[in-house]
Design a protein around this ligand. Sequence first.
Ligand SMILES: NC(=O)c1ccc[n+]([C@@H]2O[C@H](COP(=O)([O-])OP(=O)(O)OC[C@H]3O[C@@H](n4cnc5c(N)ncnc54)[C@H](OP(=O)(O)O)[C@@H]3O)[C@@H](O)[C@H]2O)c1
Length: 330
Amino acid sequence: MDIVIVGFGNVGKKVVERLNDPLFSGLRIKAVFSSMGGVVLREKDDYDYLFKLSTMNEPLSKHPRFNKISFMDYVQENPSGIAVFVIPPSYETGEPNLSMYRKAIISGYHIITADKTGLAIDYKGLKKLARQHNVLLKYTATVAAGTPVLSVAKSLKYRKVQYIRAILNATSNYVLNLIESGKNWDEAISQAIKEGLAEPNPSIDIDGLDAAAKITILLNEMGINITMRDVDRKSLRIYSEEEIRKAIKESLRLKQVAGYDSANKEVFVKPIFVPLISPLAFTEGAYNTVEFKVEDESIIIHGPAGPAWRTANVLLADVLEVLDEALGNE
Ligand SMILES: NC(=O)c1ccc[n+]([C@@H]2O[C@H](COP(=O)([O-])OP(=O)(O)OC[C@H]3O[C@@H](n4cnc5c(N)ncnc54)[C@H](OP(=O)(O)O)[C@@H]3O)[C@@H](O)[C@H]2O)c1
């Protein structure tokens, strides 16, 4: 089957590298895109060059076959295959991401994505479109890439879930840790950007957009149809550095918590001071935690999320699933 990679950043490069593994010998990489153009691969040397660019962390534009071709034009002319989306989110308008997903589906592409935009804004619509065009839509990497949070959520669809409390954004863990150890907000956020942990627009992490997109996808998986616009969001920055540090002395820790309460159907992402001994307070660095309160008992799932290499592995597991399903393998 043919595969195209949409995005050649941190994750896209790792996907390209892993596709070298004999496990993926049933796939032909046909094209790779970045924001300014793409590379359509014609011979073996083209992949070798691409592999070199990935391992050396160089931009796609350095490939000798790079040109201004857009993904939209490519799929129009080359229908059917697998499209792996590893492009940045676009939560304000949803574009160009939403149009790219729709175009790929209509052109007969199975979709594998790490980008949350499409599902966070139009979960139902994209699923319906994929069904109509008989293609698969896989998105394990969108929430806690590396820990099977979405399959747990799906398995709880018909159970009585009273509430959910979750830590789904690793960058906010990191920034809050830095503030606890003496940095101010601006210093902590700059350090997170410098180390490649925060998005260049830190609002996505700090103001809860990333976590809102994730809780939206998670709830939809449980049959609760919302969009990320329904999430009540509060920025982490409503608390001062002093308040965050003082809380520790009172055995509390500030965390960015994504939550859902079934009693009033409230969905939120907000900063909450949680008890130091709670599983949410223990969630550090690149780890995520989700607590589902189901029929008065807690199911807690805790594990790593990202970075790029792990996300690529999760995407490629989805690719293999598509191959299995498309070829009818058990
Ligand atoms: N990093 C992780 O561990 C992780 C984990 C889970 C999910 N994700 C999600 O995965 C996605 C990719 O993350 P990343 O860290 O790889 O991002 P990144 O390093 O910023 O790379 C994004 C890539 O997408 C390209 N791009 C932007 N707009 C495009 C367009 N319209 N058409 C084609 N390509 C376009 C960019 O091109 P240019 O190079 O020209 O800018 C760049 O190559 C994001 O949505 C992120 O939220 C990441």
